[in-house]
Design a protein around this ligand. Structure first.
Ligand code: NAG
Ligand code: NAG
Ligand code: NAG
Ligand code: NAG
Ligand code: NAG
Ligand code: NAG
Ligand code: CA
Ligand code: CA
Length: 564
């Protein structure tokens, strides 16, 4: 026992309360509390830390390590403490309590020590062992659970994020990452961590749990650390590795599912709509587009998204599922993002590509049932068609089967989305097509109803009937040159007036005899009625020779007026 320690307490006076039990030859050890598990017993040459209360046989205390607030640290068996303690500690376990009774010749003998310890005093030391280690110790590592699939393990210069619980050998907790609600983050092999941790982390997989025992010379040594790690303390760590990357890492792409056919792969400048599940390497989810019922939409290769995504979405097929793993320097960096993404986190995105297109895309037409015909659909034609409309992932949206009859439309009349109008042109009756319509020729960035914004639409089309149309503004055209004197032909009873009946009968006859054609898609009687009203300029129910004028003449006159 060091005299300096003994001197720290000063008793002015003390008296015997109990009689001396008589002289003893050797130390008497009472192991009054031995822990169930004792992994190691003190040997000569070991370093130990212990707390003690020193009393005389009469119960009077002469010293206590507690009063100084620090445990006593000493190497055992080297004469650095009273001989009785060098003997009395042998075979002791951490957390064991023993009472060591030391005869004077193994303590301070006939000389005593200072004022406090008289000559020939028998000392009783009540001891609890806190720590034991040896200079020959190594950092010891035990893996308690290692994931079956370990794609990669920690190497020098990797960056790790781990959780830990740190305790001293006697079980006192000195630190825990859990208390800070964030992982401990560090480079490995660059001296950022105590040597024991550097060593203990090497070879670890994400998800693996390890226990480390780190001797003080691989930890905080003789200085200790802060308020909780005393000098000369052995440290125990329970670790779990949460994340791992290297600053040299690039994006990793794994294909999870490829569609049977892939007509085209994405390139920079494409606009992609995709669903994703975002997780960390440890499997914890941080975000999912599914929760929002909405795809994530972005241009790729133009810097609109984090670099890892910009890269990872290159070369995808519509319908493909891929896993994109990106290191933090290609994701949210050292600072992370919001509450969800901690700094230096590796992100794993499982992505399902719903569709993509390029703003320069036009309508894509695949004829699925081809026919020969002399007359195919064109602008101004009135057509009837069946259709199914869906998204690229197969989600059905609309179908003409929902109605009793096929849909009809006059092509070029701006009645359907531009892409469909275009996709319906050049078709023979009976022909079937699959038509892809990019959003800029469909419902645009905003979508409409059940059509999501920026969605590519798939139409299955079948042309059911075709009525050749008239140019805009025309209600009737002659298929041949037409009569030289129209009024004379119209006025079948030669009374110089043409009422509606005369007019209707004449036009109907021209149509049935194939000399002229009415505007399709509207009841003929309605078209003829409109034609009659146009010609009966004074609205008296009769067309006169003066009133009758062909559209060509009218257009020519109007053009002349505008020129004047
Ligand atoms: C010494 O005394 C203190 C209280 O004074 C007590 O807490 C401690 O358990 C005693 N024994 C040892 C070995 O420290
Ligand atoms: C740390 O301690 C907490 C609480 O006892 C426990 O839930 C957690 O699993 C421990 N962590 C490790 C890495 O052992
Ligand atoms: C997503 O859609 C499901 C089913 O249509 C619905 O129950 C859920 O409330 C929707 N969630 C959001 C965030 O809109
Ligand atoms: C995302 O997770 C959901 C629910 O687990 C799953 O149904 C879906 O297939 C996952 N998506 C991808 C792209 O992996
Ligand atoms: C196209 O017209 C030609 C000549 O008028 C005719 O012989 C042929 O049968 C027509 N073809 C079809 C598919 O209607
Ligand atoms: C629309 O889908 C139905 C059911 O799958 C199918 O019978 C029909 O032929 C499709 N219509 C077109 C125009 O392809
Ligand atoms: Ca007449
Ligand atoms: Ca008239």
């Amino acid at each position: 026992m060091q005299v300096s320690l003994l001197l720290s307490l000063c008793f002015a006076k003390w008296t015997f309360i109990v009689g001396n039990p008589g002289p003893i030859e050797d130390v008497v050890i009472d192991r009054y509390s031995v822990p169930e598990h004792c992994t190691r017993e003190v040997k000569t040459g070991d370093f130990v830390r212990y707390h003690y209360n020193g009393t005389f046989v009469d119960g009077k205390q002469f010293d206590s390590s507690h009063d100084r607030g620090v445990a006593f640290f000493v190497q055992v068996g080297r004469g650095r403490q009273i001989a009785g303690m060098d003997k009395g500690l042998i075979g002791m376990c951490v957390n064991e309590r023993r009472r060591v009774t030391i005869p004077p010749h193994l303590a301070y003998g006939s000389q005593g020590a200072g004022d406090m310890i008289k000559a020939d005093a028998t000392l009783i030391l009540d001891v609890v062992l806190l720590d034991v280690w040896n200079q020959a110790d190594q950092t010891r590592t035990h893996s308690s659970s290692r994931p079956r699939n370990c794609r990669r393990s920690v190497q020098k210069s990797d960056f790790v994020r781990f959780h830990f619980n740190g305790t001293l050998l006697d079980g006192t907790a000195f630190d825990s990452s859990y208390g800070r609600h964030q992982t401990q983050d560090s480079l490995v092999g660059e001296g950022w961590l105590i040597a024991g941790l550097e060593e203990g982390l090497l070879g670890m997989c994400v998800g693996e749990r390890r226990s480390l025992s780190v001797p003080p010379f691989h930890a905080y040594g003789e200085k200790g650390y802060g308020a909780n790690v005393p000098p000369h303390a052995t440290l125990l760590f329970d670790l779990v590795l949460e994340d791992l990357h290297n600053s040299k890492d690039d994006v990793t792409v794994e294909t999870l599912a490829l569609p049977q056919s892939c007509a085209r792969r994405s390139v920079s400048g494409d606009y992609i709509r995709y669903h994703y599940n975002g997780t960390f390497l440890n499997g914890h989810a941080f975000d999912s587009s599914y929760r929002r019922n909405q795809t994530y939409n972005t241009y790729i290769g133009l810097g609109y998204v984090i670099a890892g995504m910009d890269k990872g979405l290159q070369g995808v097929c519509v319908g493909e599922k891929r896993r994109i793993i990106m290191p933090p320097h290609l994701a949210y960096g050292q600072h992370g993002a919001g509450k969800e993404i901690p700094g230096s986190a590796v992100l794993v995105f499982d992505v399902h590509v719903v569709d993509f297109h390029n703003p320069s895309d036009s309508v894509e037409i695949q004829v699925t049932h081809r026919l020969e015909c002399n007359e195919s659909s064109a602008v101004d034609d009135f057509i009837q068609y069946h259709y199914n409309c869906s998204l690229m992932d197969g989600t059905p949206l609309f179908s003409s089967k929902d109605y009793q009859t096929p849909q009809d439309v006059t092509l070029g009349a701006d009645k359907v989305i531009d892409g469909l109008d275009e996709g319906l042109r050049g078709m023979c009756v009976g022909e079937k097509r699959r038509v892809l319509v990019p959003p800029h020729l469909g419902h645009g960035e905003r979508g409409a109803g059940d059509v999501p914004g920026s969605a590519v639409l798939v139409f299955e089309l079948e042309l059911m009937s075709l009525h050749k149309g008239l140019p805009p503004g025309y209600l009737f055209v002659w298929l041949d040159s037409g009569p030289a004197d129209l009024f004379k032909e119209l006025d079948t009873n030669h009374d110089q007036e043409v009422p509606l009946e005369e007019f209707s009968d004449f036009i109907a006859l021209q149509v049935t005899e194939g000399r002229g054609r009415l505007k399709p898609g509207v009841e003929p009687a309605v078209v003829i009625g409109d034609m009659f009203k146009n010609q009966d300029r004074n609205q008296d129910g009769r067309i006169t020779a003066d009133e009758l004028k062909l559209k060509v003449q009218e257009d020519a006159e109007n053009a002349l007026h505008e020129e004047l």
